[in-house]
Design a binder for this molecule. Structure first.
Ligand SMILES: Cc1cc2nc3c(=O)[nH]c(=O)nc-3n(C[C@H](O)[C@H](O)[C@H](O)COP(=O)(O)O)c2cc1C
Length: 244
């Protein structure tokens, strides 16, 4: 079939429509053939030394999802306890998971033993294996978006808890719990922006010529310290500074 879109346009459309989803899952099941295509897209990701160090655990069991959600809500409370003032108030309005709203979760794991001991390209950078898993996740996320589905990444968990829950060996790292399913819609604006937690930085703030700029380093540290503070006005001021 000949596409009527200019080259690349369909891809960029999917890329920009992709959202992290929490509240918009309909609770309908994911079609098996669609799921197979999405997992195939994840498995087509590049990986260091062709190690393909990922595994995808499909979790549908309600009891397992409920146990995980209880744990996530406890970790949400741990994070909330670290916040004060405007940050605490803003965070209280933000939903961080859609574990029970969706009917399927895909847990993506990293096995550092896959393809070892001689993983070509990982000898100097151990994290390259983890990077590969993240690329598989991004492929999955974009494929799901292209299929009209939503994905929500949940990271409010302790790795040992999730390892135990799913029977993973100690060497394996659970990298992501992804809620996956049909959605009522994909929001145009990310939830965290909509709630005033944090905005996407302008592209110019993160693209640099030739060398890593000292000013950007300083600006990053100033933003981090502002975000630790409880004052929204300080955060706004530093955000403004970095956008100049
Ligand atoms: C590594 C990673 C972990 C994340 N963990 C969570 C999470 O625990 N809960 C949540 O609601 N969103 C989580 N997100 C989603 C981000 O909040 C979201 O990507 C960001 O706000 C930008 O919004 P967008 O994905 O809709 O563009 C995570 C995203 C990434 C990449």
């Amino acid at each position: 079939m000949v596409s009527r879109l200019p080259p690349g346009e369909a891809f960029y459309d999917v890329l920009h429509r992709r959202r992290d989803v929490r509240a918009e899952f309909t609770g309908e099941p994911v079609d098996d053939a669609v799921l197979h295509r999405i997992l195939g897209a994840a498995h087509a990701a590049p990986s260091v030394g062709m190690s393909q160090p990922w595994d995808f655990v499909l979790v549908r069991d309600l009891a397992t999802r409920q146990r995980f959600r209880d744990h996530v809500l406890a970790e949400r409370a741990v994070f909330a306890d670290e916040l004060t003032g405007e940050r605490a108030e803003t965070f209280s309005r933000i939903k961080v998971e859609g574990i029970l709203e969706s009917t399927l979760s895909v847990v993506v794991a990293y096995d550092p033993e896959r393809g070892s001991p001689a993983v070509l390209g990982r000898h100097a950078i151990a994290d390259a294996g983890l990077y590969s898993v993240c690329l598989a996740i991004q492929n999955l996320w974009l494929a799901a978006t292209a299929e009209g589905l939503g994905v929500g990444w949940v990271s409010f968990y302790r790795e040992p808890f999730l390892r135990d829950l799913l029977g993973m060996p100690d060497r394996v790292r659970p990298v992501a719990w992804l809620c996956l399913g049909p959605v009522t819609r994909l929001a145009e604006v990310p939830d965290l922006e909509r709630h005033g937690w944090r905005d996407r930085l302008p592209l110019e703030a993160v693209v640099h010529a030739e060398r890593y700029p000292e000013e950007a380093d300083a600006a990053t540290r100033r933003i981090a310290s502002a975000e630790r503070s409880t004052s929204a006005s300080v955060v706004d001021q530093f955000d403004t500074d970095t956008r100049r």
